[in-house]
Design a protein around this ligand. Structure first.
Ligand SMILES: C[S@@+](CC[C@H](N)C(=O)[O-])C[C@H]1O[C@@H](n2cnc3c(N)ncnc32)[C@H](O)[C@@H]1O
Length: 285
């Protein structure tokens, strides 16, 4: 795997992160005989291979760089993209909220550039499976390349098609939906999920959240939660500790839900009401 976080020294084929002055950074694979060109000179891969991670390395002009293993967050932010992508700030919370872990079968649509697909594939491990649907072949190809760069492509089945037609899969442990009109596909998602399965969606506007909430109620999803993740970085100068000047103020709203099986038993009525699962005129919107 080109991204081997357990190694102590850079090896041939590994992805390396170089960080130079003013935080200028580069991620690339180490190839014997290869060279890497920066605005501050050229680095020979052969001089990097074999060095401990965390070392300082130099270009032919003497410009210094730290050499590190890229983190998953570094790789996702660095991803080649043709679409909006999912960012580490949201991905981290989604993975824990949906309990994505080794051996699980997880579904996703749309694949886009594959940022979320990569994070899901990493989390499910070699025994798990991610099935990801995308209707644009050019985006799917890019996602395939991005997965292959990290050696994660064998954990993922990429499917080409419009999800309006539904999914071939059933009993998925979790489903992540990231497209502009999620409310149109909640019935299809329900059919693909196992009973009790986890659902999550990200949408950028309030209006989309509202329409999605009605669709989730209509399709008998419960434990619905809406939230957003605000992440603020700090300048790390101990004597002048303060927030950085800029922040990403908004990516999207996260909507979580679980697929439940509503019963007919009279005794469950109050519980269903508490979870907004009793039909009212609004829930049909
Ligand atoms: C915002 S992008 C997804 C980004 C992705 N989560 C990532 O992290 O890179 C939305 C994707 O959904 C795809 N899409 C939109 N509607 C679709 C549909 N009905 N069926 C399949 N894919 C669809 C689009 O082509 C686009 O690639």
């Amino acid at each position: 795997m080109p991204w081997n976080l357990t190694s102590t020294h850079a090896q041939s084929g590994d992805l390396a992160l170089l960080v130079g002055l003013r935080h200028k950074h580069f991620i690339f694979p180490l190839i014997p005989g290869g060279t890497f060109h920066t605005h501050r000179g050229i680095l020979n891969h052969d001089e990097l291979i074999g060095k401990p991670w965390g070392s300082q390395v130099f270009s032919h002009q003497g410009a210094p760089f730290f050499m590190l293993q890229p983190s998953l967050a570094d790789l996702l932010v660095d991803l080649k993209r043709s679409t909006q992508i999912m960012y580490p700030k949201d991905i981290g919370f989604i993975l824990t909220s949906m309990s994505i872990g080794p051996g699980q079968r997880v579904m996703e649509a749309g694949t886009g550039s594959g940022s979320m697909t990569i994070a899901l594939a990493y989390a499910v491990g070699p025994q798990g499976r991610v099935v990801s649907y995308e209707r644009r072949e050019d985006f799917q190809k890019l996602a395939q390349k991005n997965l292959a760069r990290l050696g994660l492509e064998e954990r993922v089945t990429l499917k080409l098609g419009d999800i309006a037609a539904g999914f071939a899969e059933t009993n998925a442990d979790a489903f992540f939906l990231d497209l502009p009109n999620p409310w149109d596909y909640i019935a299809q998602v329900r059919a693909a999920l196992k009973p009790g399965g986890f659902f999550c969606n990200l949408v950028p506007t309030f209006n989309q959240v509202e329409t999605l909430l009605y669709a989730l109620r209509r399709e008998h999803f419960a434990f619905i939660e809406v939230c957003e993740i605000l992440l603020r970085y700090y300048k790390t100068e101990p004597s002048r500790l303060r927030p950085t000047d800029r922040m990403v103020a908004h990516t999207g709203f996260l909507i979580f839900a679980r697929k439940i099986e509503p019963g007919e038993d009279e005794r469950v009525k109050e519980l269903l009401e508490e979870h907004s699962l009793v039909e009212d005129s609004e829930s049909n919107r």
